[in-house]
Design a protein around this ligand. Structure first.
Ligand SMILES: NC(=O)c1ccc[n+]([C@@H]2O[C@H](COP(=O)([O-])OP(=O)(O)OC[C@H]3O[C@@H](n4cnc5c(N)ncnc54)[C@H](O)[C@@H]3O)[C@@H](O)[C@H]2O)c1
Length: 282
């Protein structure tokens, strides 16, 4: 099936980045969020990222304008009509995601594929909410979507080979590398990263070192671009807690979110997006 129009659900950190990549690759893109403020924030993130690319002479002013014009931002769910691919990037809450598939699937083109950008929830479970689970797939992007090379593709129990092939080819068109993973909670990347990050949190809670020094160890000893506290703030702590809760259900206590992380999130400190998290950003 040929994909021309891509609908993105959620204009947050991931949705806005995915929309930008799709538009830069020549697709017609529509992004839906629940409030104009959220759309405006997504739109200005895309604009800022493109401005940087113009400055570095990676694209021209005209190309930047064209990429922005290719993306429609809307609160109207009807705007998704006729899309051949829906990429869902709403918060990491199973019921919300399922509700969105039920509300949107009838609007999409016949034979459309629905992909979830979930970081951890089972694709077979999410796929149980749609009429055609053979055309439901995990498309796990990394933050920032424009820069990160990889998309982790997750096949649910019912996902067809044709759907996997279509999405692998689409990612190639978007200049991304892919890995394909069988469905399991946290897939390859979230499972491994989370285990590593929780050990950083535990070392901090045990008073072994400051979070600054643990982050420095990650950067300088392992060559990671960011420490785990920095990366958690960058990705969003609310998203992380929800992912951990799902992992606990499957793998048990080894993924239990630490008290301190839960308390930070309860206090509304969600990382960079709310200006406070493990660190302050004002
Ligand atoms: N942040 C990361 O680093 C990262 C990386 C990979 C995958 N993910 C996954 O991507 C998804 C989104 O994460 P995020 O970090 O972009 O979250 P975010 O909080 O930045 O953005 C989510 C957006 O979805 C919107 N939304 C809520 N309900 C909606 C609805 N009914 N219709 C349309 N939009 C709606 C919210 O208003 C918000 O703008 C999650 O499943 C997360 O696990 C996140």
């Amino acid at each position: 099936m040929e994909i021309n129009k891509i609908a993105v659900l959620g204009a947050g950190i991931m949705g806005s980045g995915i929309a930008q990549v799709a538009s830069m690759s020549g697709f017609q893109v529509v992004v839906r969020d629940v409030k104009d403020d959220f759309l405006e924030s997504g739109r200005s993130k895309v604009e800022g990222s493109l401005q940087k690319m113009v400055k570095k002479e990676k694209i021209t002013d005209d190309e930047s304008r064209q990429i922005q014009d290719n993306i429609k931002w809307t609160t109207d769910i009807g705007g998704l009509s006729g899309a051949e691919l829906l990429i869902e990037a709403v918060p990491e809450v199973e019921e919300l995601k399922k509700e969105m598939y039920r509300a949107t699937e009838k609007l999409l083109a016949e034979d459309a594929i629905i992909a979830s950008n979930t970081s951890s929830i089972s694709i077979s479970l999410l796929g149980s909410a749609v009429s055609n689970p053979d055309r439901f797939i995990g498309m796990h992007w990394f933050n920032p979507a424009v820069i990160m090379k990889l998309v982790e593709i997750v096949r649910g129990v019912a996902t067809s080979d044709e759907t996997v092939n279509t999405i692998v080819n689409l990612c190639e068109k978007m200049g991304k590398e892919t890995i394909v993973c069988r469905d399991c909670q946290g897939f390859i990347t979230t499972r491994i990263l989370t285990a590593f990050r929780l050990e950083c949190y535990r070392a901090y809670e045990e008073g072994i070192a400051s979070k600054e020094d643990i982050d420095k160890a990650c950067r300088l000893a392992f060559g990671h671009p960011m420490g785990q506290f920095e990366l958690a703030d960058f990705s969003g702590l609310d998203i992380e807690v929800n992912a951990l809760k799902g992992m606990v259900e499957v793998y048990g206590d080894r993924f239990r979110p630490p008290q301190q992380l839960l308390n930070i999130v309860r206090a509304g400190r969600l990382g960079r997006k709310s200006k406070h998290g493990w660190y302050d950003y004002e």
